[in-house]
Design a protein around this ligand. Sequence first.
Ligand SMILES: Cc1cc2nc3c(=O)[nH]c(=O)nc-3n(C[C@H](O)[C@H](O)[C@H](O)COP(=O)(O)OP(=O)(O)OC[C@H]3O[C@@H](n4cnc5c(N)ncnc54)[C@H](O)[C@@H]3O)c2cc1C
Length: 344
Amino acid sequence: MQVDFLIVGQGLAGTLLAQALRARGQKVAVVDDGWKSAASQVAAGLMTPLTGRRFTLTPSYPELVAFAERRLTELGVFRPTSVYRMFADDEQKEKGQKRAAMPAYAPFIERVTAGQGELDAGLTDALGGVLMRGAWVDLKKLLADERARLEADGALVIADFQPDEVQSQAEGVVWRTIQARGVVYCDGYKSAQRGPFRYLPWQPAKGEAVSLRSDAPQKPFILNREGWALPLGQGLWRTGTNWAWDQLDEVPTEVQREKLLKRFRGYFGQEVSVEVTAHVAGVRPCTADNLPLLGSHPTEAHTHLFNGLGPRGTVWAPVLAEEMAAYLEAGQPIRPEVNLRRFS
Ligand SMILES: Cc1cc2nc3c(=O)[nH]c(=O)nc-3n(C[C@H](O)[C@H](O)[C@H](O)COP(=O)(O)OP(=O)(O)OC[C@H]3O[C@@H](n4cnc5c(N)ncnc54)[C@H](O)[C@@H]3O)c2cc1C
């Protein structure tokens, strides 16, 4: 088979890049190992404007999220939702209240509360919190819809891709029966462990999430304090997550399960029942400077990377998939802050 680009991995990055390249008239084939290590299948896909202990709104967030909303709405997977970030301590309260009052933050703030029960009598928000305009992305649907499209086109290969099986030629690459002008690694944290882009400063981080059934009163917003709980209706919730830098694998642990359930129960002012229906783990493709990694290998001209989406893939990926496609197809520049050339 002859294609323009062979994409390795069909997570969020590979999915949106395949679509952006097709929209530019490029023929793609995708090789994926059946989502064996897909962070995108584990993530809740939340978009929260104010993040970190300092309640920071990153300068690029408004631009990125406006684009993401448009694109993901077209794809039927964007779910606008408020997020209630409860202050965990007095320092957070001071920072959060100060930031929420700044003009640049106004479009993302619905309400600031100062004490328990102002927003909802059933929560343990003793210090109050910030109700933000956020969203979550239905990543499972996004990936499943694209998988069906690739299968219908005969453009999906289910296989465990090994970088050393790729042969470089003057005009492109050959992998098994596929000839391509280029290969693009969208294989998440696996690029940190082997292959041509291992030299980059990756900092992959494992996280876990639990799906559960509970009699906890459903809320019209996502609960957020040192983690999150996403109400899915009819007594169903998803809750997560944690950060771990050792044991990078997809194996959920008993320790984290107990921590996540304790945190979930702790959001409510009353006893709530909990029945776990699923418990999953994944590894975020994080980087040393918290920014994505896009571009071409310094010495292998047909070998490219669209990766490093870190903990906020839903915010970055829609814009960057377009930019990566424009780079691959037409040689347009990649914005410097995400260009992998920033690391020599
Ligand atoms: C617990 C957790 C919670 C998260 N929460 C959020 C959140 O709320 N909001 C948010 O925006 N982001 C969140 N993230 C981060 C988000 O998941 C990532 O930014 C994003 O999914 C990365 O997408 P990706 O396509 O780069 O990688 P992945 O989704 O990991 O996709 C890589 C694909 O490549 C495949 N692959 C790997 N190696 C091979 C191989 N050798 N051969 C063939 N195929 C291969 C994998 O199986 C997978 O399908 C979270 C992540 C985790 C783990």
